[in-house]
Design a protein around this ligand. Structure first.
Ligand SMILES: Nc1ncnc2c1ncn2[C@@H]1O[C@H](COP(=O)(O)OP(=O)(O)O)[C@@H](O)[C@H]1O
Ligand SMILES: [Mg+2]
Length: 393
């Protein structure tokens, strides 16, 4: 079997399947006009393969380009719940320097020192990139100097190394996290104006966002910070045909009957993360018909729902109750409030939070549980234990 684990985003060339068209579109956009680079937004649900795709493109282009990959969720600041504009800039700075080192852009040290001098930034150790210690930003004035410096850094690096590299590509993953920043609107405008000036730098933003997410509008909509200038590309789930070929090629040990495979697709909904987790735990060299798949799915659904179960365990009781109120059918806010016997006002904040976490989705006025597999897991738990897992799992 040649199938990656469901949480691995560093896929080998033989594990990485499909996406030929997405790769072609993105690379041709990057390479089309070296002096006028596009800004892209990759959207798509969690587990569809955005990160894997970006890393694949990174590997393909890193010979000719300086490719910087930054994951906001991996920053200490985010993990410690204090992500702000400063820590965003620090993570970006860090990622830029890391990639330069990886690429062996030798003169970067001198260049940096010079840039810091001319920008009048007095921050201890910033120039010593062999032992990067992040600058300590204390004042607003200091921040804005640093932010401007970091945002201009890629274009300056390009200028210094135009002979060695064709351009610079910056991936910013888990971008949706920024929606919780204070003054996000002005921050997006600040990013936009700087990104525009970076003529040889392609920015590719990505994050798990439901297509109905208002944040997408805020970034790439006509009235959004990037206006019509940002190209949005949705990364889609695998089709049935793709999934079929994928299994035939990469998992010949799984002996699906035709209906078995159809059921497999129904359970995983074409989401590569789910396809891979499920394929990795199915019995090999045994007949897998519709009933076998249903049986295995029911037994192992908690493995597929791991990510959402983790999120669930961190919710408040009220947030959990909002979710269980939606198990039977989508409801509008008033109906949820009635079910919980609280006022509609008291659930507005939790609703926004759950939406941002992609636990629920809003469709017009109605709210719905986002992930079908998580929904199944909750139902099954209730069936077996007579209660919902509000406390412990
Ligand atoms: N092109 C692909 N071919 C095979 N498996 C993939 C592919 N893309 C994603 N996967 C599987 O899906 C999982 C989730 O992918 P990931 O890139 O982390 O999703 P996202 O970033 O959209 O949440 C990966 O760990 C991998 O197992
Ligand atoms: Mg990802």
């Amino acid at each position: 079997m040649d199938i990656a684990w469901g949480n691995d985003s560093e896929l080998s060339e033989s594990e990485f399947y499909n996406r030929v068209e997405d790769i072609n579109i993105i690379t041709s956009l990057i390479t089309a006009n070296p002096n006028s680079t596009p800004t892209l937004l990759l959207t798509g649900i969690r587990g569809v393969g955005k990160t894997a795709l970006m890393k694949n493109i990174k590997n393909k282009l890193m010979k000719e380009y300086l490719v910087i990959y930054m994951d906001i969720s991996k920053s200490d600041a985010y993990q410690e719940k204090r992500l702000d504009r400063i820590s965003f800039m620090q993570v970006l700075y860090d990622s830029i320097i890391d990639s330069c080192k990886e690429k062996g852009l030798k003169t970067i040290d001198k260049t940096l020192k010079k840039m810091i001098k001319t920008n009048d930034i007095h921050i201890a150790d910033i120039a010593n990139y062999e032992y990067i210690s992040l600058p300590i930003i204390t004042t607003e004035k200091n921040y804005s100097k640093f932010a401007n410096f970091v945002m201009k850094l890629p274009q300056n690096i390009y200028r210094q190394h135009a002979k060695e590299i064709k351009g610079i590509i910056i991936f910013i993953d888990e971008f949706q996290i920024l929606r919780n920043l204070e003054n996000i609107d002005s921050f997006l405008w600040f990013l936009r104006s700087n990104i525009q000036e970076n003529k040889n730098v392609t920015y590719i933003l990505s994050g798990s966002m439901s297509l109905k997410d208002e944040f997408i509008e805020k970034i790439a909509g006509n009235e959004g910070a990037f206006g019509g200038r940002m190209l949005t590309l949705e990364i889609r789930t695998f089709s049935y045909e793709t999934t079929k070929k994928y299994m035939q090629e990469k998992a010949p040990e799984l002996k699906f009957t035709e209906n078995g495979l159809k059921q497999f697709y129904k359970c995983t909904r074409g989401i590569p993360a789910y396809i891979n987790i499920f394929a990795n735990i199915l019995p090999q060299n045994e007949r897998l018909d519709e009933n076998n798949i249903k049986y295995e799915f029911k037994r192992k659904v908690s493995l597929l729902a791991t990510h959402n179960i983790n999120l669930w365990s961190r919710l408040t009781l009220q947030e959990q109750k909002i979710i269980t109120s939606l198990l039977e059918k989508p409801l509008i806010r008033k109906e949820i409030a009635e079910k919980l016997k609280v006022t509609t006002g008291s659930i507005s904040k939790p609703l926004v939070k759950l939406k941002n976490m992609m636990m629920i989705e809003q469709n017009g006025k109605e709210y719905n549980i986002y992930d079908e597999i998580f929904k199944l897991w909750l139902k099954k738990y209730k069936e077996e234990n007579k209660v919902y897992p509000y406390r412990e799992i």
